[in-house]
Design a binder for this molecule. Sequence first.
Ligand SMILES: *Cc1c(COP(=O)(O)O)cnc(C)c1O
Length: 470
Amino acid sequence: MSEIPKSIEEAESRHQRLVALDRAHLWHPFTQMQTWLEPLPGDEPVIIEHARGSWIFDTRGRKYLDAISSLWVNVHGHHRPEIDSAIRLQLEHVAHTTLLGLASTPSIELAAELVARAPRAGLPPGEHGLTKVFYSDNGSTAVEVALKMAFQHWKQRGKPEKRKFVALAEGYHGDTLGSVSVGGVDLFHEIFRPLLFDCLRVPAPYAYRWPTGPKHCLESAALAAESMIHGRRDEIAAVILEPLVMGAAGMITHPPGYLKRIARACRENGVLLICDEVATGFGRTGTLFACEQEEVVPDFLCLAKGLTGGYLPLAATLTTDAVYESFLGPFESKRTFFHGHSYTGNPLACAAALASLRLFDEDRTLDHASAMGQRLAEGLAPLAELPHVGDIRQRGLMIGIELVRDRKTKEEFPYAERVGHKVALAARQRELMLRPLGNVVVLMPPLSIKPAEVDFLVDSVRESIVEATG
Ligand SMILES: *Cc1c(COP(=O)(O)O)cnc(C)c1O
């Protein structure tokens, strides 16, 4: 914020200058740039200038409730003094040093803190669960790390034939080529197939659209996965999935019990389990980590988005002593995990993450989020009666409202109609910032959202859906 405009005219001319520079030089992710360059009325670019709590403010002085937590990352609200000052304090010491063959203070403290808070429920006696932390920078790399570690683990255990991954249809694990290989969102991933490694696919337990009806979903989906895991156990390195909620697929909530069955099948068949909690981690689904709800402790836990409270890019892949130990050996054994990034374990990001974890205790974040989740559920329940609302799915503060053209037949709105986008534009007029996934309206507010903000969110999203589908 170098220049603070003194008048509305000055603010407007500054905004127009930024719009022009943006159009000239910035290529936005997951954005059709032609549409961005030639927006329809009401779809003009919004440039965010600052933020506080649940609200983001643009260069024209407008505000919006950040109902998607700035793409699912923000946890305790924006501009939290506790996280701000932790970063400032770290800045007094050092901004960055490497973790390659060198250690740094906050990355050690954070690793211990993550291990202390890692899922433990359901661990068999004598097992320690997730005790080791490997850092990277984002969710995609957290997944890459888990895939490469699982692959190398079996090689070093004398089972090189165990090199296949089982993934869920419609799963999403990031945008780098390894994570795209295990991804199953055709819209994003299909074009890259020739570049990818093959993986074994099992159906997503998508109850609303399960071919033989929602009540058969759990049993059939679990059976399909179990028979794959059992039948090809000698070839399978690991199963990867997003526990409880498949985010980018459209907030597909798994039937309770699904994760536990997959975890049991993995354990019984000597297959590793990778839980991608990049989206579900840090309280989103009601517990600090989603897999706790089914008393599952995976072999790999991938964390990113909420790790720093939404402040800085940082990721962690947690794993077990057993995996870690298969990489040990004399220097010349070359069992080293040859993977790392320039900014791995960045001290500023680790300091932010430590402050964010402390806030979970100080603010009793999980209790608050659970009350807000309940309030949202009650507020949203009447929306199920709207003529184009097919399904409302929720776990904690992860919500998807699937819009359909026809409620009886569950017929989808055509892609080109952009109905989700229309809802988002209607919401923008009501000071609510959304980003849908196709025809699914996503609500994922900061866990710190206040009761009055929940009510505002519910009212605005209802009006926006009515306007856009009416
Ligand atoms: C967002 C996401 C990723 C990718 O994280 P990035 O930080 O965007 O690379 C991976 N897995 C899941 C489940 C996600 O939601």
